[in-house]
Design a protein around this ligand. Structure first.
Ligand code: ASP
Length: 300
């Protein structure tokens, strides 16, 4: 996250937090709260979700999202959608109204349209900042050939601002002691068309089970999905670890096992939570009945 985007990120996560909190405060469900929080961030061009997302190699926005209900284990996911402003809304419809769990590409868009979600043009999701970012990236990496994408990057380039990771996610606990999680992303810069990351895969970028924890991850998706990291973390909470420790352990595991980088938010049914990242920065915000805070660096 470059310096000039810090304020936008903090504002964005605080707006998402207040949207989610409003729902919880009036007795709404954790599922509704995470959906609304994520919608706010999808609508905010600051983030790599919805409009303003990173572009793929062909200059298109291609979006993935997942939402999961810890009470019932119902889940809804969409992958590689190009005509939805709020993929998490489509994911929620799948969770609530389909016997299936996961839809991709045109099939996901068709499902969304049939369930009252308006489709948009892909151009409606593209902003000049991202056209320029892709242009620069492709110019600087022309020597890597047309099959390159950032999943092959090593060394210092991993932390270059232009290939930062800006997926959005939310976890929540409601008055009925149910937890939920949602994650939404435009994926990684210059990704190959059709590439799916961790974010919308159950247990990788998002997971929720009342018996363990709700978790949402961000970061370099390929390493995260190899470790099924959100489920790995939830399992550690189920085994008796505090979410705070599980979050930290998850990031250490990601780094040590597959040289991955990213961040995670984790919450259990008791309202204990962890926020951790092994990147220089990750925007976060939380609220409990007693306290609220937000920032861009968090270690524990
Ligand atoms: N995890 C996402 C992906 O690989 C990217 C991100 O977190 O920003 O698609």
């Amino acid at each position: 996250m470059p310096d000039d985007m810090v304020d936008g990120h903090i504002r964005g996560v605080k707006n998402a937090l207040s949207a989610g909190w409003q729902i919880l405060d009036r007795g709404g469900s954790a599922l509704d709260a995470v959906e609304e929080a994520v919608v706010i961030m999808e609508d905010d061009e600051t983030f790599d979700a919805g409009r303003g997302s990173f572009l793929n190699r062909d200059g298109h926005v291609q979006l993935d999202a997942l939402i999961m209900d810890g009470a019932t284990l119902r889940a809804g996911g969409v992958g590689c959608v190009e005509h939805l402003r709020n993929p998490v809304r489509a994911a929620r419809k799948i969770l609530s109204e389909s016997p299936h769990v996961y839809f991709v590409a045109e099939g996901a868009e068709k499902f969304a349209a049939e369930h009252g979600i308006p489709l948009c043009q892909n151009e409606d999701l593209i902003i000049p900042r991202e056209v320029e970012r892709l242009r620069k990236y492709q110019e600087q990496n022309a020597h890597l050939g047309s099959n390159s994408n950032d999943s092959g990057q090593v060394g210092k380039d991993l932390f270059a601002p232009e290939i930062s990771h800006d997926t959005v996610g939310a976890v929540a606990l409601d008055r009925d002691s149910n937890i939920a999680a949602a994650t939404s992303t435009g994926g990684t810069l210059n990704k190959a068309p059709g590439r799916l990351g961790d974010s919308s895969l159950i247990g990788c970028g998002c997971y929720a089970d009342n018996l363990s924890a709700a978790a949402s991850t961000t970061g370099w998706g390929e390493p995260i999905m190899k470790l099924v990291l959100a489920k790995w973390t939830a399992d550690r909470v189920a085994a008796g670890n505090l979410p705070e420790w599980a979050a930290q352990e998850a990031m250490n595991y990601l780094q040590q096992r597959v040289h991955g980088h990213g961040g995670i938010i984790v919450l259990n049914r008791e309202g204990q939570f962890g926020i951790f990242h092994n990147t220089p920065r990750m925007a976060w915000a939380y609220r409990t009945v007693k306290k609220q805070d937000a920032g861009i660096v968090r270690e524990g």
